[in-house]
Design a protein around this ligand. Structure first.
Ligand code: ADP
Ligand code: MG
Length: 450
């Protein structure tokens, strides 16, 4: 039985035990909000009823509910429907992504979502290079920077910027724009190969003026797709059609990407997006609040901006939680409420990381198996990530050398010292490695998702 059914059959029994007048007076507008393990949250219309229930009817209600569900041990009377925990649950249900609060649909033909524009893109020192490049491109597509390659961590606005370029060129310049998530392109190419329609698929790019491919790091290791994409890229490039790409890292350090693609990706303009400074975070929050038509107190926005620093999607997520609360409760959001509601995403505990997490992140990053890293395999492509893990454990988690050795099946700890020293020395002269380790650290210390 669900909450509703339990309460309905309880009411049916209660009706037989008390007078109709009492039943109508006290049990109107009551319902079970939620069952939390052995506790029932029973919603009552006001404090008067709550007191009455506690004093007069509690034993009766408990007994009846227990006869329907023996696990129940407790009843909590909640005035109205706003138990805090329930609200939080509701909020989490409603809030999936910002898209659910701002209703926009992706255009099927272009793959573009009209919600991403330049007018709602905040520019600060963290993204101004990428922004400037995008402005040059929309002025003269295909003529200046080709391709434009934008890279940066998760949730920092790559997709937004790429889509804004696309939307502008599509709507204002009336160009034939096509936007793809790399994963989608991979899927389409695989299907086309399977169905023997790859030539046909490639021909669909013939009239494309602007090709936007998001998250190209996913091409890593996909040889067949890379081959076909190389062909499409060259075709468009030679005809001076604009190509815009994004990735979570610079082309140089995308693993298992064909050299010829790497050099194509590097052939135009490369611009990074880093993490936003405080001013930019506040500007973003203000803009998003405005989009949602809500005035949040300055101190609430300040609280969010001071605590969420590395990810614009999370900034927006925090705002979405508060927005949803506001819409459900029609109640001003105070700093107190904000703190309570955002507890799960803004935790006071600093960076937590573990050996397991580092192992997972590094092996995914270099596209090698965890068990190979932990084994005695001495291939070059395994040695490097293995050494990097040792180095990170030492520098980021303060592991002792013997403790690291133990994690790697009891190797001699001088091997570990040697590995760490090697990486340290290499870092001084190898810019690529420095960049890779930077990216890894960002991934390692990214906040856990809710
Ligand atoms: P990425 O593709 O880098 O993971 P997104 O482009 O999806 O990040 O951005 C995540 C969210 O943050 C989106 O809702 C986007 O609209 C918002 N966002 C990112 N950068 C900005 C910005 N500079 N100004 C306004 N909103 C931004
Ligand atoms: Mg993206």
């Amino acid at each position: 039985m669900n909450e509703k059914e339990i309460w309905q059959s309880a009411l049916a029994q209660i009706k037989l035990l008390i007078s109709p007048a009492n039943f109508n007076t006290w049990f109107k507008n009551t319902e079970i909000l939620e069952i939390q393990n052995d506790k029932v949250l029973l919603s009552v219309p006001n404090s008067f009823v709550k007191e009455w229930f506690q004093q007069k009817y509690h034993q009766m209600i408990l007994k009846i509910i227990r006869s329907l569900n023996p696990q129940i041990k407790e009843i909590e009377y909640v005035i109205g429907k706003n138990s805090f925990s329930l609200l939080k649950k509701q909020i989490r249900k409603i809030y999936v992504s910002s898209d659910s609060l701002l209703n926009f649909e992706t255009d099927e033909k272009t793959g573009l979502n009209p919600r991403y524009t330049f007018s709602n893109f905040v520019v600060g020192s963290f993204n101004e290079l990428a922004f400037a490049a995008s402005q040059a491109i929309i002025e003269a597509p295909g003529k200046i920077y080709n391709p434009l390659f934008v890279y940066g961590g998760v949730g920092l606005g790559k997709t937004h910027l790429l889509q804004a370029i696309g939307n502008y060129l599509y709507k204002v310049k009336k160009l034939n724009v096509i936007y793809f998530q790399a994963n989608k392109l991979i899927e389409e190419i695989i299907n086309a190969v399977k169905n023997n329609t790859i030539e046909e698929f490639k021909r669909t790019f013939k009239n494309v003026d602007v090709l936007i491919l998001d998250d190209v790091q996913f091409l890593s290791g996909k040889e067949k797709t890379q081959e076909e994409f190389f062909f499409i890229f060259n075709y468009l490039y030679e005809k001076n059609r604009q190509i815009v790409l994004s990735s979570d890292r610079p082309p140089k350090i995308i693993p298992s990407l064909a050299e010829r693609l790497k050099s194509r990706f590097e052939g135009g303009m490369i611009a990074d997006i880093s993490t936003p400074d405080y001013e930019s975070r506040m500007a973003i929050l203000k803009l998003k609040a405005q989009e949602r038509n809500i005035n949040f107190p300055e101190e609430v926005l300040n609280y969010i901006a001071s605590n969420i620093k590395n990810n614009i999607r999370e900034l927006e997520g925090a705002l979405n939680i508060l927005t949803t609360f506001y819409k459900l409760q029609k109640q001003e959001i105070t700093l107190e409420t904000a703190k309570k509601l955002l507890k799960t995403i803004i935790s006071p505990t600093p960076k937590i990381s573990t050996f397991k997490k580092i192992l997972k992140i590094v092996s995914e990053f270099y596209d090698v198996k965890e068990e190979d890293i932990l084994s005695n395999v001495r291939r070059k492509e395994i040695l490097k990530p293995r050494h990097i893990i040792m180095y990170l454990l030492r520098t980021e988690l303060n592991y002792s050398y013997p403790a690291i050795a133990q994690k790697f099946g009891g190797k001699d700890h001088t091997t570990v010292i040697h590995a760490c020293e090697k990486i340290k020395k290499e870092l001084l002269k190898n810019e690529e490695l420095a960049e890779e380790i930077n990216q890894l650290k960002i991934k390692i210390f990214e906040k856990e998702k809710i």
